[in-house]
Structures are given as structure tokens and as C-alpha cells.
Design a protein around this ligand. Structure first.
Ligand SMILES: [Ca+2]
Ligand SMILES: [Ca+2]
Ligand SMILES: [Ca+2]
Length: 207
């Protein structure tokens, strides 16, 4: 009985590791370059060797993400059309933030972000555009954030535009863009849920 329970938890953790790399932030245009942020929202590290990104042409292998290598739980990584070090300087990011620069897909005002694993499975997708999806945000010069409750749901309507002093920790780049690249801060409610979940696992381990 006890072995079976432990096995179930291990299987759950394994599947979370594959499934929980998520699109957490994007900006299709800006003075310091468009970018997309992916965050490992799972409980285990994810090796991104063989992973790839594409926009609305939806082709696995479009932009290789292998160089990200191992991404730890809670860690965010960035792809940008700018040179990686230019982006790092413009946003004042530390050397520890993983950035892959100079992709050429060019996200448009109405476009799509597709994330593929090494087996070419679609792991996450965000279809966005204030013209195609009336009432949704326009991420030109300010990024969009996916709330924790909407991660992986491809729901552009749920996305929130970055603003100074917001709960996502947004700040201003050298060129005047407003965003929070390199980290994902879930809402306090989510943190409480995560803490409750961790408590549950500890309780089970003690039994
Ligand atoms: Ca495009
Ligand atoms: Ca663009
Ligand atoms: Ca962020």
C-alpha cells in the first residue's frame, strides 16, 4: 500500500516535469526587442535539449531551445529577437538569467507562441492579438503576463498587461519598455496553494 502511494507520487512528479514548462510572459514589440519568457512551473528540473519554439507557422524545430539545457523548478528563461547580451543590459538582468537571442520569427500584433518538446509534442501555446481577439491586451512596449490560474490554457483574454508597481514585479528597460523578464511571480493565492500542497506531501511522507 505504502509503496504504491509513493510510486503514484513519483509518477505524478515525472509527468509534471514534462508538462509544466509554460509560457508566462511575452511582448511582441518594444524598444529593446520582443521576447517570450518560459517558466518551469513543475516540481522537477526540465532538460530543454531538443525543445523548440515557433510562432504561428506551428513548426517544431523552428527555433532550437537546446542551449537552455537544464531549467530548474521555478526558473524562467527568455528568447528574444535582440542579441542576448543587449537584452540583458537593457533590462539589467544578472548573468544567471538564461537568454537566447536573435530568433527571426518576428512576433506580430496578432500571432502565436508554440513550445515543443523533443518528441515534437506541443507543450504550450498562446494565441494572442488585440485585433483578432477583441478585448485582449496589446503587448507593444509593455509585456503580457499569464496569471497562474490560466497557465497552459491558451487564454489571451486572461493575460494582464505589465504596469509599474504590479504584482508581477515589472520595471522599465533602458529603452522604456515595461515588463518583468527573467522571473515569474505567481499571485499570493497560488503561493498559498503551493505551500498547502507541499505540506500535504510532507504529511504523506511521515505516514
Ligand atoms: Ca510571426
Ligand atoms: Ca515583433
Ligand atoms: Ca516574467
Amino acid at each position: 500500500m505504502r509503496k504504491a502511494a509513493v510510486f503514484t507520487i513519483l509518477v505524478m512528479c515525472g509527468s509534471l516535469a514534462i508538462a509544466d514548462m509554460r509560457i508566462t510572459e511575452w511582448m511582441y514589440g518594444g524598444e529593446n526587442g520582443e521576447f517570450v519568457e518560459f517558466t518551469n512551473t513543475g516540481a522537477a528540473a526540465v532538460d530543454m535539449t531538443g525543445w523548440s519554439y515557433d510562432d504561428d507557422s506551428r513548426l517544431p524545430g523552428g527555433f532550437d531551445l537546446s542551449e537552455f539545457g537544464l531549467v530548474m523548478p521555478g526558473q524562467s528563461v527568455i528568447i528574444t529577437e535582440s542579441a542576448a547580451e543587449d537584452f540583458r543590459t537593457a533590462w539589467g538582468l544578472s548573468a544567471s538569467v538564461k537568454i537566447l537571442g536573435e530568433y527571426s520569427n518576428n512576433l506580430g500584433r496578432n500571432d502565436e507562441i508554440n513550445l515543443f518538446d523533443p518528441l515534437e509534442n506541443l507543450v504550450d501555446r498562446l494565441t494572442y492579438g488585440d485585433q483578432d481577439i477583441p478585448g485582449s491586451i496589446r503587448t507593444n512596449g509593455a509585456s503580457g503576463n499569464i496569471p497562474a490560474g490560466s497557465l497552459g490554457l491558451n487564454d489571451a483574454m486572461a493575460a494582464a498587461l505589465s504596469a509599474l508597481g504590479d504584482g508581477y514585479g515589472s520595471w522599465t528597460s533602458a529603452g522604456g519598455d515595461i515588463a518583468n523578464p527573467g522571473a515569474y511571480i505567481p499571485e499570493p493565492a497560488t503561493l498559498a496553494l503551493l505551500a498547502a500542497g507541499a505540506g500535504l506531501i510532507r504529511k504523506r511522507r511521515r505516514q
